[in-house]
Design a protein around this ligand. Sequence first.
Ligand code: EPS
Length: 390
Amino acid sequence: MRYLTAGESHGPQLTTIIEGLPAGMPITAEDINNELARRQKGHGRGRRMQIEKDEAFIASGIRHGYTLGSPVALVVENNDWKHWTKIMGSDPISAEEAEEVKRKITRPRPGHADLNGGIKYGHRDLRNVLERSSARETTVRVAAGAVAKKLLSLLGIEIASHVLEIGGIKASPTPYSSIKELQQISEDSPVRCLDKEVEQSMMDAIDQAKKNGDSIGGVVEVIVEGMPAGVGSYVHYDRKLDAKLAGAIVSINAFKGAEIGIGFEAAHLFGSQVHDEIAWDSEQGYYRKTNRLGGFEGGMTTGMPIVVRGVMKPIPTLYKPLKSVDIDTKEEFGASVERSDSCAVPAAAVVAEAAVAWELACAIVEQFPSDRYNQLSEYIERYRQEVKEF
Ligand code: EPS
């Protein structure tokens, strides 16, 4: 399974084409739009989110509520486009018009793709870089992830996310009785945090950063239940599923690192404190007495919940100027902006869910016969039984 995305932040639309989905899988626009709405929420979002109301138009591949096996194309329109038709239009413009409408950018923002992208592609107008490198693109990553999530959910695999840290304020471990409850508590929180004690402090930290013209980052955690053991592989580096998840997390805009299970904490513990003891009972088959390795051993799932964390740096588009250099004049200036998000960590948790869902769905579709949804579902059930009886 694969997908491509296309679209600029202030262009007419964002598009994704998903190829390789099983045929006959039930799915509706609502399944996708719910996820798009979740991504738009969260304390700390800027004015752009008041302009957009992301909804997917299903342009192909789904008929009467079922996938056809043909490519699924999803289109999300940018409402902001109406203000950018001249600046971002595809028709050629004259030199005089260019002066007037291009809103040329020659001042790269520190921490963004602006300067490196300009150097790589030879763009003297850095708008040609930032329009595509913008995190607006995560809209259609979430749309593709929503389709993957739906497939997983139909196969009994559920995904949730929550925020562990914002701007140095850390949530304490908070118990939850089921993944459904985790989903609900996170959904009801303006910062997607399970720990009610720190929720307000997180929001205050976001407000304070905004007041200071600054931004803050944080840590998100994605949890997946219901993946059978033995998905992924140990036989070759590019088939290790945990590595794919780590790559998918770090590919999200502004993400700088990923951890599986206890992650970096393992560095200072003994082996006996890290590895999860194996147990068996007739009810569930094999299980681990703990889950410090976050559902992975040897690049394959263990059947325990998958736990993946990602760290997001503070958004680099700042009201508070950082020094940079104009690429035309080579003069130093203080980079500042008109609008930005002061914190997008809660929204990024939803993007991380989508990224993880996509990789897991790909692994399943690759490992089991998957031309037809019904067939895939039967194979997974049979496989689960085999795992139990192993
Ligand atoms: C972004 C800058 C802001 C964010 C945007 C990502 O957009 P604008 O430049 O239009 O104010 O709001 O995020 C989204 C539009 C979104 O949908 O998440 C950036 O530079 O990365």
